[in-house]
Design a protein around this ligand. Structure first.
Ligand SMILES: C[S@@+](CC[C@H](N)C(=O)[O-])C[C@H]1O[C@@H](n2cnc3c(N)ncnc32)[C@H](O)[C@@H]1O
Length: 468
């Protein structure tokens, strides 16, 4: 077989990054542009020793799981790769992904993996979106024919799959709200009319970098954050006046300024041009202050379900002492504080600790303590604080995708909590860590997956352990 050859394949299941898996004649194929159940004519574009990558160029027999995608950008945009797959099937595939992780990676026999808690709102579920400016827009095959006419226009939108240098000019988007897409289109038009330049990492020049929109789904508050390379008050003042006139729903406008080369929507300096400079959002009965650069769970509705799952599994008692490790802006700590004696949150990012303290104050909570530092050190050499607090009866962990550092697992075990609640956005690393806990005296009872990101292959899970 060679690059460019075509094969007829029947797709079996989903793989990561929006790809699918098919098998034929002892060969494993990762197929793009298809869903399980499709029979496709696929063109080979990459040959590896153990697998082949191919792209479906024709659907010969469509899968019964296909649905009509809503978004006109579906297929080109990197945002929602599974919009053409029935939501029930998405949940089943996510469930399988968790089962596979706990059996294959974790080595658990028949683990109790509950059905995935699906998201009621499968569209417009995100409270935050980051859009990127680009000097040139990414052109679809159809648009290539009109390249002369449109190719030179600036783009504002999302990256196309696996290409951090290509930006799709987004005209509609079903992830945040109808208004958010209108703000994107209006900002782009203003920038075009004013002939504002776009930052290029090649030349390291240009003004516009990102547009970040945050919406309090429960409060209706809206933040527009324009990320630029330099401080240009006149341009920002004019932009703010126009935006507020067009969108009275906007409650605050900020400008993050960064001269760094890395393409992250985060500024070293922040200036507020309208409103208070932050929005508030509610999870359960608690209100959280969310500034432009704060971490906050992106799906408000499902974050509440996730935290309820964590609280219910933990079986909180009034005399419980909880350590919330990887506590971010303190949302989990605050959410469960009313039911326990005290909560100690530990987090490495300083601004997140400041947010957590402010959030505790905002909600008049006095039994949460937040400590800044890397957990590896906070639980070992820099652990004098342990003298001031009782040992935990419950440890809640919510680490990043890489999971828990092995040294942190050692320390968790030494602290001897009765119960461990492990929240994760990566079932593979969670299953790896679950095995370490199980081998050292903790019994895995149940794993509850929660779907925070419909139409993507991401899945959040809560695992519950007790000391044997
Ligand atoms: C998935 S977020 C969880 C945030 C929070 N629990 C929530 O629900 O909003 C993971 C957090 O772990 C923090 N973190 C990453 N590595 C860390 C480390 N080595 N020590 C302490 N915190 C860390 C990150 O800054 C981030 O806030």
């Amino acid at each position: 077989m060679q690059k460019g050859d075509e094969v007829i394949l029947t797709v079996e299941s989903l793989a990561g990054e929006g790809k699918t898996i098919a098998r034929q004649d002892g060969m494993v194929y990762f197929v793009e542009n298809a869903i399980p159940g499709d029979t496709v004519r696929a063109r080979v574009w990459k040959l590896q020793k153990k697998y082949t990558e191919a792209r479906a160029v024709e659907i010969l027999a469509p899968s019964s799981l296909r649905v009509q995608p809503r978004c006109k950008h579906f297929g080109t945009c990197g945002g929602c790769k599974w919009q053409n797959l029935a939501y029930e099937s998405q949940l089943q595939f996510k469930h399988r992904q968790v089962v596979d992780a706990f059996t294959r990676v974790g080595g658990f026999e028949n683990p109790d993996i509950q059905p995935v808690l699906g998201c009621e709102d499968q569209y417009f579920y995100r409270n935050k979106m980051e859009f990127t400016f680009s000097e040139y827009r990414w052109l679809t095959d159809e648009e290539m024919k009109r390249e002369e006419e449109i190719g030179k226009e600036i783009a504002l939108g999302l990256h196309i799959p696996q290409r951090w240098d290509k930006v799709l000019n987004l005209e509609e988007c079903w992830l945040q709200s109808e208004m958010s897409a209108r703000i994107v289109n209006t900002v782009r038009e203003i920038c075009k009319v004013w002939n504002l330049s776009v930052y290029s990492s090649h030349t390291e020049s240009g003004y516009l970098r990102h547009l970040v929109i945050r919406e309090g789904k429960r409060t209706g508050e809206v933040m527009v954050n324009l990320v630029t390379t330099t401080d240009w008050p006149e341009a920002m003042q004019n932009m703010s006046s126009l935006l507020v006139k067009h969108f009275p729903e906007i409650t605050t406008i900020v400008n993050n300024i960064t001269s760094r080369r890395s393409m992250v929507a985060f500024g070293e300096q922040e200036k507020v041009y309208y409103g208070p400079g932050f929005i508030t959002e509610k999870i359960g009965e608690y209100t959280f202050r969310v500034s432009a650069n704060s971490f906050f769970q992106t799906n408000t509705l499902q974050a509440e379900r996730l935290y309820n799952v964590a609280c219910n599994l933990a079986g909180l008692q009034p005399n419980d002492v909880v350590y919330d490790l990887y506590s971010g802006t303190g949302t989990i700590a605050i959410y469960l504080s009313h039911a326990v004696e005290r909560v100690i949150g530990i987090e490495v990012v300083e601004s997140a600790i400041i947010d957590a303290e402010q959030n505790a104050e905002l909600n008049r909570i006095s039994n949460c303590y937040f400590l800044q530092g890397d957990l590896k050190d906070r639980l070992t050499k820099n652990s004098a604080w342990l003298q001031d607090h009782p040992r935990p009866s419950i440890i809640v962990v919510d680490p990043p995708r890489s999971g828990i550092h092995a040294r942190v697992i050692d320390q968790i075990i030494k602290l001897l909590p009765e119960r461990i609640v492990y929240v994760s956005c990566n079932p593979a690393t969670q299953a790896r860590d679950a095995r370490l806990l199980a081998d050292r005296g903790y019994v895995l009872h149940v794993v509850q997956p929660v779907d925070m990101f419909p139409h993507t292959d991401h899945i959040e899970t809560v695992a519950f352990f007790t000391r044997a």
